[in-house]
Design a binder for this molecule. Structure first.
Ligand code: AMP
Length: 294
């Protein structure tokens, strides 16, 4: 496995892969890798000749009061896990390497960023769109792998790739969970033992809501209320949002409309704070059987 810390090194290594006509699967991450990241790397390994992983904690996507400074890092462990998953090349640039000058250009995706984390974290997706564009230009992948854990990110990146004609296929991968259902996240580390027990309510409430989806007369307002009531059972949980939207357009659905009338996939998404730790989770649900999203 080759580790590149500069754009020049990356370019050199990629040109040698390209000369051998190898297809490239790309997995962008912020590091502190866990089984969720590993699943993306393994899928990329199965579907491409070479896997490129990027590890970069992107300051542009953190708000002023967010956890940029305390975002967890463990380079040695990351490299071991990456190698185990069949990664060929790791790109780990410094902030100065990625942004030698303050960028005056941003990639801003509208509409799909209006709600959910886009509303709660102003500027977050501008930072994501900008860094992912830069990484796509640098890595020139055939396919790029993103987890449905960040479902809005998948919708935003797909929109950006379509709008700006990036030659890359976006592959959405399923959420990897702990045995009790908690979605894996680098931020789970910060939960106290009590918060960790309570955090299981996120995934549990989404699952329960899905079971009630087909109940007669079910509306988005009722379904959202079911999830909110379940999460509020946790005394340390502070709900940021619980929303049911169309996916991947992320357009709202009428609060009073019967869910049985929707044939498109629907995204039931939650964000909850436990102290300073903000967790997100979601489920793609729909009344019909065909579901192209994971
Ligand atoms: P991050 O390092 O948190 O920016 O995540 C990098 C990529 O890993 C993103 O595409 C995430 O959606 C994905 N990811 C993070 N956690 C999970 C998980 N539990 N299951 C699947 N993918 C995940």
């Amino acid at each position: 496995m080759i580790v590149c810390r500069t754009k020049a090194e990356l370019k050199l290594q990629l040109s040698s892969l390209r000369k051998q006509n190898k297809s490239i699967g790309f997995v962008p991450t912020m590091g502190f890798l866990h089984e969720g990241h590993a699943s993306l790397l393994r899928q990329a390994h199965n579907e491409n000749d070479a896997v490129v992983l990027s590890i970069f904690v992107n300051p542009l996507q953190f708000g002023p009061n967010e956890d940029l400074d305390r975002y967890p890092r463990d380079e040695k462990r990351d490299l071991m896990l990456a190698e185990e998953c069949g990664t060929h090349l790791v790109f780990m640039p410094s902030v100065d390497e990625m942004y030698p000058n303050k960028p005056l250009t941003s990639v801003i995706v509208s509409q799909v960023t209006d709600r959910l984390c886009g509303a709660s974290r102003p500027g977050h997706f501008d930072g994501v769109g900008t860094v992912v564009s830069k990484l796509f230009h640098l890595a020139q992948p055939d396919r790029a792998y993103f987890g449905m854990k960040d479902a809005q990110q998948v919708a935003v990146i797909k929109q950006m790739v379509n709008d700006l004609n990036f030659h890359v296929e976006i592959v959405a991968c399923p959420i990897v969970r702990e045995p009790d259902g908690l979605a894996l996240s680098s931020r789970n580390l910060y939960l106290t033992p009590e918060q960790r027990v309570q955090a299981v309510l996120l995934s549990r409430s989404l699952r329960q809501a899905e079971e009630q989806l087909t109940e007669q007369g079910m509306t988005s307002a009722r379904l959202e209320a079911i999830v909110k009531d379940a999460i509020n059972e946790a005394d340390e949980a502070v709900i940021d949002y619980v929303e049911l939207l169309q996916f991947p357009s992320l357009q709202p659905i009428d609060a009073a409309a019967l869910l049985s009338t929707y044939k498109e996939p629907l995204l039931l998404a939650v964000a909850v704070k436990f102290g300073a730790t903000r967790l997100i989770d979601n489920r793609i649900i729909q009344a019909t059987e065909v579901n192209s999203y994971v």
